[in-house]
Design a protein around this ligand. Structure first.
Ligand SMILES: Cc1cc2nc3c(=O)[nH]c(=O)nc-3n(C[C@H](O)[C@H](O)[C@H](O)COP(=O)(O)O)c2cc1C
Length: 103
């Protein structure tokens, strides 16, 4: 069975970051590896509210698309985090998603 890499794209635009990821995906395809593109801005990802439930072993109370994206990541054979550089860091949406993976 072909392996699958999940690529999280943290740009609102389908420009440079998207272009790089599609180039990586085409190289992976040559090795029989599929790439599942997840456009973080096309998903609802709420801000962490800092309740610490996840850190204390409880379920996150927020309901949005973050859990299903995390589920994809947990099943993936590989993960790509692709973000434009914004003020010497990752994009806000990428950070918001990463904050939601604390448990
Ligand atoms: C608000 C903002 C801040 C940025 N900050 C940086 C930066 O600190 N360093 C850098 O090299 N590029 C910076 N850039 C440029 C982007 O990272 C660059 O144009 C990137 O390729 C855009 O990706 P995209 O086409 O996928 O949106 C910034 C762009 C924007 C809009």
């Amino acid at each position: 069975m072909a392996k699958t890499v999940v690529a999280l794209i943290g740009s609102k635009r389908k420009k440079n970051t998207y272009s790089l990821v599609t180039q990586i995906a085409s190289v992976l395809k040559q090795h029989d590896i599929d790439t599942d593109l997840v456009f973080l801005y096309d998903n609802e990802i709420k801000d962490c509210v800092g309740c610490q439930a996840c850190i204390l072993g409880k379920r996150c109370a927020l309901t949005d698309d973050a859990p299903s994206i995390r589920e994809k990541l947990s099943k993936a054979d590989g993960i790509i985090l692709a973000s434009p550089v914004y003020m010497c860091s990752i994009s806000g949406r990428m950070k918001t998603f990463i904050d939601r993976t604390a448990d």
